[in-house]
Design a protein around this ligand. Structure first.
Ligand SMILES: O=C(O)C(=O)C[C@@H](O)[C@H](O)[C@H](O)COP(=O)(O)O
Ligand SMILES: [Zn+2]
Length: 370
């Protein structure tokens, strides 16, 4: 018998730029021309039915004018499309059109588009480069940065996917003007989450400037975008694969994700996260990590942002408690929660440990009250 050692030590540089601005299609084209995706000349553009006419077609025209060949792959807008089936349909369509390894993927849209397209890019022909062009506040605040890509299945959200970093992220603030109010509010939930975990100053800013942000005034929109990105990438740079610190980005998501699924996606992601934040500050206050006043401030800010903070009547609360167990932080069958410490910080339970086991009875109590 013989033993061979397959030496495959890797030094990987997945660094990338996030560009924040207004109408960034020309910047995207000039980056392509400067070699953002090397010599690749064939681009599969993935978008949804809302974004196609609003922005994707125009961006595609600019890319084609610069000498690239591309096809537009469009799926029905909404979280319900973030499935293996949608991914497979696009993959088949790409294969039929002759896409092979010499292509790149451009995701134009919000979180659903970048999650699905990023996952597809990571598995198509064993991995091709992808670029995110973000057109929603939710993806600007969160989904477009950090490389978490996935699809949902009937049993759980985001459990089938990859960590796959984009080549570059373009955050086009101009596009927020076409967002329905509900979508804008949904993106604010991730923004509030970032303030809760990392910045008391940003929290104060949100308390004082919510109206101006929603009026899409330049300074406050740029302020939240830059702060969101900085908070997120500083966490991701330290713990890309969520072995510890990255769990703090999941604040509000233990309950939030479960509500989102049990609502059968009647609640938008941010709406569910807002209810999750409310549940989790009540829990943190009960366990003595924050004062009742601080918990009330978080709930009041979510309400000011036009977000729900109570579990809707139509949600089956027992089903919700059961759904908590599909969370990725569950270990040895135990629910684990990230908990806020005051405002702008989280509890570190041990070296590099940011979530703690919570008895189901305690979580149930909060859920029944909310
Ligand atoms: O980037 C992260 O890490 C996050 O947890 C950010 C979340 O806001 C985002 O919704 C993420 O997709 C949730 O991840 P999951 O692992 O709970 O599915
Ligand atoms: Zn989220």
């Amino acid at each position: 018998m013989s033993t061979f050692n397959v030496e495959l030590k890797k030094v990987v540089d997945d660094s990338y730029e996030i560009e924040i601005g207004y109408d960034l299609k020309n910047k995207l084209v000039s980056d392509l021309e400067k070699g953002l995706i090397g010599n690749i000349k064939k681009i599969a553009v993935i978008t949804d039915s809302n974004v196609r006419d609003l922005y994707a077609k125009e961006i595609c025209e600019a890319i084609v004018d610069a000498g690239y060949s591309l096809d537009l792959f469009v799926f029905a807008a909404g979280e319900k499309s973030k499935t293996r089936e949608t991914k497979a349909k696009i993959e088949d369509a790409m294969l039929e059109k002759g896409y092979r390894r010499d292509c790149a993927i451009l995701a134009i849209g919000g979180g659903v588009v970048s999650d699905l397209a990023g996952f597809l890019a990571g598995t198509f022909a064993r991995g091709v480069p992808f670029i995110n062009y973000s057109t929603t506040l939710l993806s600007a605040a969160d989904a477009s940065v950090g490389g978490k890509t996935a699809v949902d299945t009937p049993l759980a959200t985001n459990l089938i996917g990859l960590f796959n970093q984009p080549r570059k992220v373009y955050i086009d603030i101009e596009t927020w003007k076409s967002l329905p109010q509900r979508e804008l509010h949904s993106g604010m939930a991730e923004t509030i989450k970032h303030a809760c975990i990392r910045s008391n100053e940003m929290f104060l800013f949100l308390e004082q400037n919510m109206e101006d942000i929603y009026a899409l005034k330049k300074f406050p929109c740029e302020y939240i975008t830059e702060n969101n990105c900085q908070i997120k990438y500083q966490v991701v740079m330290k713990d890309e694969l969520e072995s510890g610190l990255r769990e703090i980005l999941n604040l509000g998501h233990t309950v939030g994700r479960a509500i989102e699924t049990v609502s059968d996606y009647r609640l938008l992601h941010g709406e569910a996260v807002s209810i999750g934040l409310a549940a989790e500050v009540l829990l943190a206050a009960r366990l003595g990590y924050m004062s009742e006043e601080e918990a009330d401030r978080v709930i009041a800010l979510c309400q000011k942002a036009g977000l729900p903070t109570r579990i809707p009547e139509y949600i089956d609360r027992e089903a919700l408690v059961r759904k908590l167990y599909t969370d990725k932080k569950v270990r040895d069958g135990k629910l684990r929660f990230v908990l806020q410490k005051g405002i702008g910080d989280v509890v570190e339970f041990g070296p590099n440990v940011y979530s703690t086991p919570i008895e189901e009875s305690v979580a149930r109590e909060i859920i029944m009250e909310l």
